[in-house]
Design a protein around this ligand. Structure first.
Ligand code: SAH
Ligand code: F3S
Length: 481
């Protein structure tokens, strides 16, 4: 499961098979993080109640929505290009309306309507429940905008419609927004302040997924470790909560315990962890429950203390190592992945070497690596010059990627000869005779199909590997079926 969807790739078009008095057709494309894909399922659910049936053919759509990403400039350019493509379709189908959702909608607000003539509707990430009204406005020939950020909205009461699902794994969002204010990051501006979702509604969604045959859930949040339920409201207002609310509050470790016990045969993953917020009780909860996968996505961004400080990442390199050591001590076979940014303002060759040496220490299983992209409105954009030349950024990024590739191979080789439990997700992309699934560490495993089927937990003997994939053969069902 890739966290960042390749922004060059055309977004997935999504099909909704829910039937109503389907008079109108909705086409929806999603870009960016998993949260956006999950939000599109909420949007499809809200619009299904308005009689919209999804289609994969943009040409026949009455409403075309694009759920956008602002994280790097390239992500925004991809969306602009898609709007051009929508324009061509609109010439054939003039009745088609176009709405922009997600982070670009929040960032650009009504400016979008001026900049892109094709856009009829701009809807920020906390305003999806207003879609029925906004669509009605558009129907009457007016442009519609709602980019109000909320203190409470978690969409906990909306049952998402699963789009493009493999029927095995699903995303469930547990928090929205982020309070961390990393100086390079646009997310706190586009997704607002952090708030957590009622654990009861999380459990209900998980139970419902289990009853419908799903076997794996990834709990989603910009910063899952700071999950905190005390009855609703912003995380930053917790200090003002009553003594009773404080005494009964549930943190992320508590939530992990709850979900693991609610569905003991279901696998749980989560993303994303922030090193400064991850506590030992989370790692202990992972160790305690067999059904919580042994994998942590733990972005660090840089190995240099000076750069970490300039990024407002509130931990040092040494504290990060301490966290890694604790993870390895408590869960020796835990996989760890990273996000890295090459060429943050003022980054020197020495800072870059610190990043490479941090990687040598951790030897991540995999990673998502980016060249720094200046984002309007962030502290880095306002206070720092984007002063690392493009070719230097690129060269450093290549060195980081090459080193990661070496470590990925080192990590996949550690699985050779072992028998590992794999949950089958679907056919292998490369061969129809093989299944593809993942082990607990989130590494992709392919093996001959035999009589197994999608959704089975199978023990697979690992015989071979590349830096990204394990290749094996099934030796029987695991005891989790
Ligand atoms: N906590 C979030 C992080 C979202 S952004 C989560 O759920 O994953 C994902 C990654 O994009 C970050 O970890 C960072 O490595 C990268 N990123 C964010 N802003 C960036 C920027 N301005 N330039 C380059 N990469 C960036
Ligand atoms: Fe962005 Fe930092 Fe939050 S990367 S999403 S501000 S943890």
């Amino acid at each position: 499961m890739e966290k960042i969807i390749d922004e060059n790739k055309q977004g997935d078009s999504l099909v909704l098979d829910q039937k109503k008095d389907n008079t109108r057709k909705l086409y929806i494309e999603s870009y960016g993080c998993q949260m956006n894909f999950s939000d599109s399922e909420i949007v499809a659910s809200i619009l299904a109640k308005e009689g919209f049936n999804t289609t994969q053919q943009m040409e026949e759509a009455d409403l075309v929505l694009v759920n956008t990403c602002s994280i790097r400039e390239k992500a925004e350019q991809t969306v602009r290009k898609r709007l051009e493509a929508f324009n061509a379709v609109k010439r054939i189908n003039p009745k088609m309306k176009v709405g922009v959702l997600g982070c670009m909608a929040e960032r650009l607000k009504s400016k979008f309507l001026e900049e892109e003539k094709i856009v009829d509707m701009v809807v920020g990430p906390d305003a999806y429940k207003d879609l029925p009204n906004l669509v009605a406005e558009v129907d009457e020939g007016r442009d519609a905008v709602n980019v109000i950020l909320s203190k409470e909205e978690t969409y906990g009461d909306v049952a998402p419609v699963r789009l493009n699902s493999n029927g095995v794994s699903a995303f469930v969002s547990i928090t929205r927004g982020c309070d961390n204010m990393c100086t390079f990051c646009v997310v706190p501006f586009t997704r607002g302040r952090e708030r957590s979702r009622d654990p009861q509604s999380i459990i209900e969604e998980i139970n419902d997924l289990w009853n419908r045959g799903f076997k794996e859930v990834t709990l989603l949040g910009q910063n899952v470790d700071s999950y905190l339920w005390y009855g609703g409201g912003l995380k930053k207002d917790f200090a003002k909560a009553s003594e009773m609310q404080k005494a009964t509050a549930i943190n992320f470790a508590g939530l992990l315990d709850m979900v693991a016990q609610a569905q003991p045969k279901m696998r749980f993953r989560f993303s994303t962890s922030n090193p400064q917020d991850m506590t030992l009780d989370v790692i202990e909860a992972m160790a305690e429950h067999k059904n919580i996968c042994k994998y942590i996505h733990l972005p660090v961004q840089s190995g240099s203390n000076r750069i970490l400080n300039a990024m407002n990442r509130l931990h040092t390199r040494e504290e990060y190592f301490e966290l890694i050591d604790n993870i390895r001590k408590i869960i020796p076979d835990c996989a760890i992945s990273q996000d890295m940014i090459a060429g943050f303002p003022t980054e020197t060759e020495e800072d870059h070497q610190d990043t490479l040496s941090l990687m040598e220490y951790v030897k991540y299983d995999f990673g998502f690596m980016f060249a720094y992209s200046e984002r309007p409105g962030t502290l880095a954009e306002r206070k720092m010059e984007d002063d690392v030349p493009q070719d230097v950024k690129k060269r450093r990024l290549t060195e980081i990627i090459n080193l990661q590739q070496k470590h990925s191979l080192y990590r996949t080789q550690q699985h050779l000869g072992k028998v590992e439990e794999v949950l089958i997700e679907g056919p292998s992309k490369k061969s129809d005779a093989h299944w593809m699934g993942r082990n607990t560490q989130n590494t992709v495993v392919v093996f001959p199909k035999e009589n197994y089927k999608v959704g089975d937990f199978v023990n697979v003997k690992i015989n071979d590997c590349t830096s990204a994939t394990l290749i094996g053969e099934a030796v029987g069902y695991s005891d989790n079926n």
